[in-house]
Design a protein around this ligand. Structure first.
Ligand code: SF4
Length: 226
């Protein structure tokens, strides 16, 4: 296994960490904590389709946040907001223009939250996935962070076995791991028929004990803090 890069940690180090999903957050949570960062997690989630899948991912993140002792906030689920901008790009392939817009929406919402919560830095867990364009994420993060007065924490989390560690730790914790990126257009059944939903979910949202499998949790979820 290769050694992690040595990083210079700034004196003021409160990072608003955009979290795309629980399995992608385990390594950033643990590594940043070990480095002494103050972390505020933020889950956008309005790109996730359908609603019950949003709930599964949010519940998994709630479980992880509690088990790792990290404060995580969820944005109220608002798929209309996401579709209003992204649906014109429905035909785009994954890693195309729709994904660029989607990253931008997620990071902008995270930066707004970071400003509200007094963060000095902005970061994301997105770059742990081998399927994501790390250079694009880095460019967007720098630009959006600068627009909100936040320093971009520029990392490619999948480096140094980050992705393999996330798989291993996620398995150890029994975390729910989804089988598609998130939006309607990335769902496998769009091409291959229904996907089995027999994976057990560990944990439940603090705000909504009925979160799975009903998905009827929006009124409480809109106030969710894990
Ligand atoms: S495939 Fe993933 S990143 Fe791309 S638009 Fe859909 S949810 Fe967003």
């Amino acid at each position: 296994m290769s050694l992690p890069e040595l990083r210079e940690i700034p004196a003021a180090r409160r990072c608003l960490l955009h979290v795309c999903c629980a399995p992608d957050a385990v390594v950033p949570f643990r590594d940043m904590k070990a480095e002494g960062w103050e972390i505020i997690g933020y889950f956008y989630g309005s790109n996730i389709h359908p609603e019950d899948e949003f709930c599964r991912r949010a519940a998994a993140l709630g479980f992880l946040a509690r088990s790792e002792g990290i404060e995580v906030f969820a944005r109220p689920y608002n798929p209309e907001e996401w579709f209003a901008r992204a649906s014109v790009l429905a035909a785009e392939p994954e890693r195309g223009a729709r994904c660029t817009l989607c990253f931008e929406m997620q990071l902008r919402a995270a930066a707004e939250e970071g400003r509200r919560r007094g963060a000095t830095h902005l970061g994301t867990t997105l770059s742990i996935s081998p399927r994501k364009d790390a250079a694009l994420i880095s460019r967007l993060g720098r630009e959006i962070g600068a627009a909100y007065g936040l320093t971009w924490d520029d990392r490619v989390w999948r480096k140094n076995d980050g992705f393999l560690r996330s798989l291993r730790i996620g398995r150890e914790l029994g975390l729910y791991r989804q089988n598609y990126c998130g939006c309607l257009y990335s769902k496998p059944e769009q091409k291959t028929g229904p996907v089995s939903r027999n994976q057990k979910i560990k944990g439940e949202c603090l705000s909504c004990p009925n979160i799975i499998p009903s998905g009827n949790c929006l009124p409480t979820f809109s106030k969710a803090k894990f």
